[in-house]
Design a protein around this ligand. Structure first.
Ligand SMILES: [Zn+2]
Length: 254
């Protein structure tokens, strides 16, 4: 199964994941303003009868596209789904701290919907079935079940990570540059860690409530505006993060 191409607006805000055929069409239509990334896919067309040359069209793994439908809204978030919520919370139950497969997890409204709680990123956490049933139609305070981490709304860069299960290394590097360093989807720690069921990101554990990640929608746009092969070979996509990260508690072994 082919990978997807990360489509940005011309200012560098991620907007869509598009398949390779769509990306090639955008190139042919002259709508790609610039591109970057280490991975390039080339499509071969027909052979010119006069010259004998084979027509080709290529796309990099990250492209910036002109046009209204590719105009990014930095403040826009993504809709909630089971898969995205569990990925945001690293498949860790917010009440017992256990790490579970997706089939044993539920969407848990911190403030129950029957008590006016909204179905928003800020009011939902991942909970195992046992904890969800034990909490029932009560608030955490009423149930005596304090949250081990607080819910938050992923920013646009995190949202793009949550939307795609098969992200290429260069695409992930670009997206992580827009993710707050306190995010649960941040860069991998320097030490080997317990593996959780979610395979997409080399993950960090949820943080204590006092260190709730705060989305940073005002990150500057990406720097590069070139697709030169020499640039790809000699320059990184973005400055890398510091090697040392604040210590975080690890999730319980799966
Ligand atoms: Zn639990």
């Amino acid at each position: 199964m082919a990978h997807l191409v990360l489509a940005l607006d011309v200012a560098g805000t991620p907007v869509h994941w598009v398949d390779i055929e769509k990306a090639i069409c955008l190139h042919v239509a002259g709508r790609v303003a610039w591109e970057l990334g280490d991975t390039t896919v080339t499509y071969r067309g027909g052979t010119n009868r006069l010259t004998g040359l084979v027509s080709t069209a290529s796309t990099a793994s990250i492209i910036a596209v002109r046009g209204r439908e590719f105009r990014g809204d930095r403040s826009a978030s993504i809709s909630i789904s089971r898969e995205r919520l569990f990925s945001r919370d690293m498949h860790v139950c917010a009440y017992c701290g256990g790490c579970f497969p997706e089939s044993e997890l539920t969407i848990e409204h911190v403030r129950p919907e029957s008590r006016g709680g909204a179905n928003t990123w800020e009011n939902v956490v991942t909970a195992c079935r046992s904890c969800n049933q034990r909490k029932g139609n009560r608030t955490p305070e009423q149930a005596g079940m304090p949250l081990l981490y607080l819910p938050y709304r992923p920013n646009r860069w995190e949202g793009m990570i949550l939307r795609n299960r098969r992200i290429l290394a260069d695409q992930m590097e670009f997206l992580l540059a827009g993710v707050p360093i306190t995010s649960r989807l941040g860069p991998p720690p320097t030490r080997p860690q317990q593996s959780c069921p979610s395979p997409r990101v080399n993950q960090r554990a949820p943080q204590p409530a006092a260190n709730v990640p705060k989305p940073n929608p005002d990150r500057p746009p990406p720097r590069s505006v070139t697709s030169s092969p020499s640039w790809k070979a000699s320059r990184p996509l973005r400055p890398r993060r510091p090697a040392r990260l604040p210590p975080n508690p690890r999730p319980a072994p799966c």
